[in-house]
Ligand binder design. Structure first.
Ligand SMILES: Nc1ncnc2c1ncn2[C@@H]1O[C@H](COP(=O)(O)OP(=O)(O)O)[C@@H](O)[C@H]1O
Ligand SMILES: CC(=O)OP(=O)(O)O
Ligand SMILES: [Mg+2]
Length: 399
């Protein structure tokens, strides 16, 4: 039996799932977290209920991928790499080149390399992943699945900035968005849960993890999204600022006497929950500090929640109503209090969640009260399954 692996590299993580095909049964899965930090963490589930947990530093994504490849053999998850006949990679930025998933060749790799400018935290690391897998699996069917693809055909009204039009024509200055594979997955699941065709629905999907984005989805298509030209824009994130006035950036840059690259780096790595709270980039730590009376942790939490509320409110207006709000990703799947606070603030629109139904983590559930006008759904994301489906689709097309 052949196996397919889906590799999902985030800004500080590498996640993977290994599927037996064609059954799509997950035979191993895991994640390497806190890449680049002093202590990293790896966790791999495999066999019948076995689990590897290890704390050790991972200098970069290359180290994390090499570790993963080694564990696949050491833990006897596969007897030899040849068992894996297909591999799919999540790539954040596809720019104007990639509006759908593609089979990886030399040209695709060169383009992903060139796209690093658009997602400096992601694309270079993801390219390392592609190369590492190519090295050990030279003959596997390899596919790239882009976060931006889902947003590529967003109406121009929402994709373009109100800046000189030539910037778009000459430099591709537009909103590309991200997390599209996740938004696409949860939207399809939401339609299933609501028992209605996706084409009829207006949905607002909140992918809130370390990176976070909110998407307005109309008839199954991305209509607007909170991330922008890069994954720095939109809501408050773990270490990313989300939206800021660009003139503030120029002002602080002069005060600090740093380069524009250094400014962007601070907005990417030293801002968000970490920057405001001074406590941590991890929502679990921020919530704990807030509950212990730390005022800046409270402020960070309030700003975080309010930004989500603001975007959902804006998207209800843009869509002319909504059928459901969906929560997904690390915070969306696990923070009961963030979900409750967001829903409570949106009560005016007829959004209401039942605290008892909401008292849960990481499972699919309709959280709404019986009389809620707009449903609130909790749907754990599954980017890896989408990657596998895209691999199968491209395999058929290439035959
Ligand atoms: N129980 C929890 N309560 C609140 N936040 C949580 C909880 N579990 C995980 N998280 C948050 O989820 C984030 C990771 O989300 P995830 O979607 O896995 O990240 P990434 O953006 O790297 O893919 C962590 O930074 C953490 O703050
Ligand atoms: C695009 C992005 O922010 O991805 P992640 O949340 O995985 O870092
Ligand atoms: Mg992610």
């Amino acid at each position: 039996m052949s196996k397919t692996i889906a590799v999902n590299a985030g800004s500080s993580t590498v996640k993977f799932k290994l599927f037996d095909m064609p059954s799509e049964e997950v035979v191993a899965e895991g994640q390497i977290e806190r890449i680049g930090l002093e202590v990293g963490h790896a966790e791999i589930k495999y066999g019948d209920g076995q689990k590897l947990k290890e704390d050790k530093p991972f200098a970069d994504h290359e180290a994390a991928v090499q570790y993963l490849l080694k564990q696949l053999l050491d833990l006897k998850i596969v007897a030899s790499y040849d068992e894996i006949t297909a591999v799919g990679h999540r790539i954040v930025a596809g720019g104007e080149y990639f509006k759908d998933s593609v089979v990886i060749d030399e040209d695709v790799m060169n383009k992903i390399d060139a796209l690093a400018e658009y997602a400096p935290l992601h694309d270079p690391a993801e390219l390392q992943g592609i190369k590492a897998f190519k090295e050990v699996l030279p003959d596997a069917f390899a596919v790239a699945v882009f976060d931006t693809a889902f947003h590529a055909n967003m109406p121009k009204m929402n994709a373009l900035y109100s800046v000189p039009y030539e910037w778009y024509e000459k430099y591709g200055a537009r909103k590309y968005g991200a997390h599209g594979t996740s938004h696409r997955y949860v939207a399809a699941r939401a339609a299933e849960m609501l028992g209605r065709p996706l084409e009829e629905l207006k949905l607002i999907t909140c992918h809130i993890g370390a990176g976070a984005s909110i998407t307005a989805i109309k008839g199954g298509k991305s209509f607007d999204t909170s991330m922008g030209f890069s994954p720095l824009a939109g809501v408050t994130m773990a270490t990313r600022s989300g939206d800021v006035d660009p003139s503030l950036v120029a002002f602080v840059q002069k005060k600090l006497g740093v380069s524009s690259d250094e400014m962007v780096d601070m907005l990417n790595h030293k801002s968000g929950l970490l920057g405001i709270s001074g406590v941590s980039s991890d929502m679990r730590d921020v919530e704990k500090a807030k509950n212990e009376g730390n005022e800046r942790a409270q402020l960070a939490w309030d700003i975080y929640v309010n930004r989500i509320v603001r975007y959902i409110g804006a998207y209800i207006a843009e869509l002319g109503g909504a059928d459901a709000i969906v929560f997904t990703a690390g915070v969306g799947e696990n923070s009961i209090t963030v979900r409750q606070a967001v829903a409570d603030k949106l009560g005016y629109f007829g959004i209401a969640i039942d605290p008892e139904k909401n008292n849960i983590r990481g499972v699919e559930r309709d959280l709404s009260t019986d009389d809620a006008k707009i449903k609130t759904l909790l749907i754990p994301t599954n980017e890896e399954l989408m990657i596998v489906h895209d691999i199968e689709r491209l395999k058929k097309a290439s035959k």
